[in-house]
Design a protein around this ligand. Structure first.
Ligand code: GLC
Length: 751
């Protein structure tokens, strides 16, 4: 019996090798046949808008795709990849028509190499009409729920693939270290562990079991590296990040994603320490390839090669910019609105300024990705993938994830949940606006096209009107967020006198990338003025913040009885907000960032002891310390949880021994609820100044009213190291503490 099974196993191994060998040979054979022009074409990504009649890139005016431009790109320039749309979102049917036209042209060329199409689907499929949009990452991070992140990625991959799109420019693995940054909402917040944990779940959800199924898409971790901490807070501006900080804060999420099997990576448009990342051999080859072991395909961000010449001014000519970027390690250029990249790269190779071997390496990675995505077997949209689009389960997932993302920040006098038999005045621009609920990358780049949202979409006012009788709801908020009327209270004293509760929906309207730059994190002046008018009504008042970043509300927050931070909750966000306000869902979300009290105090939770010190001046004024409006990890519940009997299995651990943490968690209320638990480690002393604490584990515990449960957390020495400037992990003997909520136990670690 054993003899037979060994024989079968050896045959199986031989066949596997043959397939891999064949797979690789097939690609090597193809590359051997390719001209320089054809190779360069594979390294070129062009924007669909450029291949259409005149179109404003993200302006949403959908124009007809120009077949002649399409043929010119693919037949004459051998373009191997196309991205985006010619404006706004398409139906699945339209996507299939466009993609079929593209592949028909590609497969009619001599080499028959299919085109790889890339799309942004960062919280659901941005550019497919009727897709489900989920909470943006900043809200997803508040759920502390890796499983739900994975489910969202699977759903997004299925709706992408149903659209015929097999490469998703997601997840964003940038760590949100500066809340001014307009892409803060695209991050999982300020902590590298949280970004790594949730980001890798998105990778696994997208890539599934190796791209072979028609439910998977290639992921694209982005934006490598250091994009999210610009000195000024403005998008695509210079960042100054030490090597230690790079290793401690910015590299971990990318390393985790590489280990989780991310197929591609997109590069940071900006610069670190005066070096544009797209030009950095040290970052793109020595670090990303050699140290972190990334073997997949590296794509630029938008127009970022020519910008080495036009913006960064480190390349005297566009041709020099191409040489620098390819030398640094770029495989594919998102040009995307010209063929200049092709012309310069062909010239660089033919003149010997760049070796053909160098571009062969890039072409190989691109063709391997196309092979792994099944494009050589079937380049066309898969009809049987369409059945996975628009499933009801995605709506439920969108609702549940939005509910879990809500963070209850304040609940004075238990004003929340609100009783359902009262009268409510809804005020503020967020009360009746779909764009505000969904934010960027929502059926358009900026997300601010109210009329392109599915007709089934609901604003908060819609949901109130569906759930309450007409005489219970007072609201005249317009769907146009910035309408001047939205910042006044346009009701008579008599109408106001009948109101029991004022609910104020403030925050931000949708924006994406640089258009979202601000000069002050403080909430807009007109919104603060509206809040003060609302307070003057002298009613019980609840604030709901619908925003991508923590806008400062210190001017008036003390007068709010309740505060809910709803982030950008997506397609089912309105329903989720109303569910939380009226107790149909017990909030459990916890902040994934520090919520500043003042625009000049943007300290993150994992600051140094220097900043933690509170001192007293001669005039008795105290200064220093970490005193935000709300702390990293803050989040209340309608339940009442307490921790007791907190203990460690030992006060000393050495080598590979495990540190077992246990405690009793009790729900002292009669309201069933879920408790997010953040587990921090504090390193008391280290040769490199330690942070005051670092998140090392998360868990969620559901408890019925009155129930109690013993919770176990296991840590080990891998939770105690820190990086030095060379990326070496240092693990030093010494005292550490475990911190959970108000519990704190120290222990000694010995190597
Ligand atoms: C944008 C963004 C990037 C996106 C790309 C393609 O400028 O920086 O995140 O994937 O262009 O749309």
């Amino acid at each position: 019996m054993i003899k037979h099974s060994a024989k079968y196993f050896l045959t199986f191994l031989f066949l596997c090798n043959l397939i891999c060998l064949f797979g690789q040979d097939q690609i090597d054979l193809l590359i051997e046949k390719m001209t320089v022009e054809q190779k360069v074409g594979q390294m070129t990504q062009i924007n669909l808008g450029f291949l259409s009649s005149s179109v404003d890139q993200h302006d949403g005016k959908v124009k007809k795709i120009d077949k002649e431009k399409l043929k010119n790109a693919i037949e004459n320039h051998h373009v191997g990849s196309i991205l985006n749309t010619a404006g706004t979102a398409y139906t699945i049917e339209k996507w299939h028509r466009i993609l079929t036209d593209i592949q028909d042209i590609a497969l009619a060329t001599p080499l028959e190499i299919p085109v790889l199409y890339g799309i942004d689907a960062i919280h659901g499929v941005t550019y497919t009409k009727g897709s489900t949009l989920f909470p943006h990452n900043i809200g997803l991070a508040a759920t502390r729920n890796p499983a739900i992140a994975n489910q969202i990625a699977v759903a997004t991959a299925k709706e992408s693939r149903a659209s015929g799109l097999r490469w998703n420019f997601d997840p964003v693995l940038d760590v949100g270290r500066n809340p001014l940054w307009p892409r803060f909402c695209e991050t999982f917040g300020e902590d590298p562990f949280l970004v790594s944990t949730l980001g890798t779940e998105l990778i696994k959800g997208y890539e599934q079991d190796g791209l072979s199924e028609n439910t998977a898409v290639a992921s694209c971790m982005k934006h490598f590296i250091g994009y999210s901490d610009p000195k000024s807070g403005k998008d695509r501006t210079e960042a100054y990040i030490s090597d230690i900080t790079l290793w401690q804060k910015h590299i971990p999420s990318f390393k985790a994603a590489i280990d989780a099997g991310a197929s591609t990576i997109m590069i940071n448009s900006s610069m670190i320490n005066d070096v544009p990342v797209h030009a950095s051999y040290r970052l793109l080859t020595e670090l990303l390839r050699n140290k972190l072991g990334f073997k997949g395909m590296i794509v630029t961000d938008w127009e970022d090669i020519i910008r080495l010449h036009e913006r960064h001014k480190i390349a005297k000519t566009p041709r020099e910019a191409v040489r620098i970027a390819i030398e640094a390690g770029i495989d594919m250029s998102m040009v995307p609105n010209s063929f200049s990249f092709c012309e310069h790269l062909i010239d660089l190779v033919k003149s010997g300024d760049l070796s053909e071997d160098r571009i062969d390496a890039s072409v190989r990675r691109i063709l391997v990705l196309k092979r792994d995505l099944g494009l050589f077997e079937n380049a066309y949209p898969e009809k049987d993938a369409v059945q996975n689009f628009g499933l009801q389960e995605y709506q439920s997932l969108a609702l549940n994830s939005a509910r879990e993302s809500m963070v209850l920040l304040k609940n004075s006098g238990q004003v929340l949940p609100l009783p359902k038999n009262k009268k409510y005045l809804l005020l503020g621009p967020g009360a009746n606006c779909l764009s505000a609920l969904n934010g960027c990358w929502s059926y358009s780049w900026q997300g601010d096209k109210e009329d392109v949202y599915p007709k089934t979409s609901r604003t908060i006012l819609d949901v109130f009107q569906e759930r309450f009788s007409e005489n219970q709801v007072l609201c005249d908020v317009k769907s146009d967020y910035s309408n001047a009327d939205n910042f006044n209270i346009n009701f008579s004293d008599e109408e106001i006198s009948n109101v029991d509760y004022v609910i104020l929906f403030l925050g931000e309207n949708a924006y994406a990338e640089s258009p979202g730059n601000i000069d002050d994190l403080t909430l807009d002046h007109n919104q603060i003025e509206l809040a003060k008018k609302a307070i003057a009504l002298d009613k019980k008042i609840v604030l709901v913040l619908i925003q991508g970043r923590p806008r400062i509300i210190s001017d008036f927050s003390a007068k709010m009885d309740g505060i809910v931070n709803a982030f950008l909750p997506g397609s089912m966000g309105a329903q989720a907000i109303v569910d939380v306000l009226f107790g149909d869902f017990n909030p459990s979300g916890t902040l994934p960032f520090t919520y500043p009290a003042n625009s000049g105090d943007l300290l993150t939770y994992d600051h140094k002891n220097l900043s933690a010190m509170v001192r007293t001046a001669p005039n008795k004024k105290t200064y220093g310390g970490y005193h935000p409006a709300f702390k990293f990890g803050d989040g209340l519940s309608y339940s009442d949880f307490s921790i007791s009997d907190f203990k460690l299995n030992s006060d000393t651990i050495s080598g590979d021994e495990k540190l077992q943490i246990s405690f009793q968690l009790k729900n002292n209320s009669n309201v069933d609820g879920t408790k997010n638990i953040d587990v921090f480690i504090k390193d008391h002393f280290a040769t490199l100044a330690p942070d005051v604490m670092n998140l090392k584990a998360i868990t969620k515990v559901f408890l019925k009213g009155g129930a109690q449960k013993e919770v176990f957390i296991t840590l080990d020495k891998n939770d105690l190291f820190f990086f030095n400037a060379k990326g070496e992990k240092l693990l030093e003997d010494g005292f550490f503490s475990v911190l959970i909520e108000d519990q704190n136990q120290s222990f000694y670690f010995k190597n």
